[in-house]
Design a protein around this ligand. Structure first.
Ligand code: SAH
Ligand code: SF4
Ligand code: F3S
Length: 466
């Protein structure tokens, strides 16, 4: 005699509505950059295709994956804390896995330090996930952290978290070696997808009803598939019928060829925004960072972009307190921010990462924490002041915005984005999410705008004989 699994013994009508305890559930929590968000979407796509049901919280999930970031010490501390916290939500047989950059960096050490973690899987090993989870169910523990230079997960169907815009990875890894940065060691060497694959994914995204794509890569404008460069990619993706907005992040200042700038300027769907990480305004600091450009070259790159693309929104990343940064060097970052006039900047306090070249600098070059804190506050005030001034001048202007989600404040307010990457709060109801409208910028907090929808005036009919 043998027993059929209980689900099959149920009457046929019940088979179609399996109770949730017969379908394994998976919860993925994501930290870090958009590349990690995109990887989580790929992992979730793979696991749901294998029969897992995706759930929105960790409570009682059969599998919990924490997709981690290693960029700064505090990013890792948060994850360590969270792994402890998650125990509370876990059943006896819940499988806990750590994926992403911290998994790659720490490997088996994560298994040693946390007895409840049974999987440690790096960014190039997600294909093995279903198999590894099965093994973990049998009580085994795994580390999978080999790089795979062919891996782009082409056959995975991303299960997208956002309903309005799609993250599309076009390049994995990084071949730069900025001395502070862990990414080359957690993501491996740079490699690009084939242009045709990126175009196909863009077409699929449009078929799903999305109109905005964001092309992702660590130095995305160095994209090359052997035949096509980033200029070709922008033109090809921008020409996919149904796409209204193309963005990309993050470009490297050294990889902005004239071809790429021309493609950006000439492709109508490519938005007028560039996130151009500067890191420092001092050529001496930039040299120690091995950024491979000087202050003047960065200025020139920003100027070329602005000249080619009227109304360009320009945002950046800046690191404060890099080893050896003197008061004078930091002042150069302040004056660079003032002279360039960024629309916004993400600012970070330097964090020393094990295994990066910066660990080999003499200890006396380290900038004391209190100095870093004071510089950080000064830079923040400078950047915010400049952004406020620039934004005040824009009041009264009009922008086409894409409504992305309900505003955090709620109360019939929606959060929208202009092509030049301004956040605009507009009145309306959630049914408008995913639609475009034209707004007049009526107020600003200094960073965010308030907008009032306006009726676009129809073009005047041509007067006879005129
Ligand atoms: N590939 C992107 C950057 C990815 S990391 C680029 O080259 O621009 C995102 C940002 O984190 C970086 O731009 C940098 O400003 C910051 N960052 C990276 N490593 C850091 C570290 N060790 N300490 C502080 N900030 C860091
Ligand atoms: Fe890190 Fe530099 Fe590569 Fe960006 S370009 S990911 S900062 S090494
Ligand atoms: Fe973090 Fe890895 Fe992205 S270190 S910033 S998740 S590439």
């Amino acid at each position: 005699m043998f027993f059929l699994p209980s689900a099959i013994r149920r009457p046929p009508s019940a088979v179609r509505h399996l109770p949730s305890d017969t379908v394994p559930t998976v919860y993925i929590e994501t930290y870090g950059c958009q590349m990690n968000v995109s990887d989580s979407e790929l992992m979730l796509g793979k696991l749901t295709a294998e029969g897992y049901e995706s759930v929105d919280g960790p409570e009682g999930a059969d599998v919990i994956l924490v997709n981690t970031c290693a960029i700064r010490e505090n990013a890792e501390q948060r994850v360590i804390g969270r792994l402890g916290e998650l125990r509370r939500f876990m059943k006896k047989d819940t499988i806990l896995g750590v994926t992403g950059c911290m998994a790659q960096r720490l490997g088996p050490k994560l298994l040693e330090s946390n007895s409840r973690v049974s999987l440690v899987v790096g960014p190039d090993a997600y294909r093995a996930l279903p198999h590894l989870i099965d093994g973990a169910r049998r009580g085994e523990r795994f580390t999978a952290t080999d790089f795979d230079l062919e891996e782009h997960y082409e056959d995975f169907q991303a299960r997208r978290f956002e309903g309005v815009k799609a993250w599309i990875p076009v390049q994995r890894g990084c071949d730069y070696r900025c001395t502070y940065c862990i990414v080359p060691y957690t993501r491996g060497p740079e490699r690009s997808r084939q242009l045709a694959d990126v175009v196909r994914e863009t077409q699929e995204v449009v078929a799903q009803g999305l109109t905005e794509v964001v092309l992702l890569g660590q130095t995305v404008n160095s994209y090359t598939d052997g035949t096509h460069d980033f200029a070709d990619l922008l033109r090809a993706v921008g020409a996919v019928p149904g796409i209204r907005r193309v963005r990309y992040t993050s470009p490297h200042p050294n990889d902005f060829s004239d071809r790429v700038i021309a493609a950006m300027a000439e492709t109508e769907t490519v938005c007028e925004h560039v996130h151009l990480p500067m890191q420092s305004g001092s050529s001496r600091t930039l040299k120690r960072m091995l950024r491979r450009y000087t202050r003047e070259e960065y200025f020139a790159c920003a100027a070329r972009l602005r000249a080619a693309i009227p109304g360009l929104g320009l945002t950046t990343d800046i690191i404060v307190g890099f080893p050896g940064e003197t008061d004078e060097e930091f002042d150069e970052t302040i004056t660079a921010a003032q002279e360039i006039g960024f629309d916004d900047a993400y600012m970070f306090k330097f964090s020393m990462r094990d295994g990066t070249p910066a660990t080999r600098f003499p200890a006396e070059l380290l900038v004391p924490d209190d100095v870093i804190d004071a510089r950080f506050e000064r830079l923040k005030a400078t950047v915010r002041g400049i952004a406020r001034e620039r934004n005040m001048k824009r009041l009264g202007e009009r922008r086409e915005v894409l409504i992305e989600k309900e505003a955090r404040k709620g109360g019939d307010l929606l959060q929208a984005r202009s092509r030049d990457f301004k956040t605009v709060i507009v009145p309306g109801d959630p049914s408008m999410i995913g639609t475009y409208c034209t707004v007049e910028l009526t107020g600003t907090t200094g960073s965010t705008f308030m907008g009032t929808p306006v009726q676009e005036r129809a073009p005047l009919p041509m007067a006879a004989g005129g």
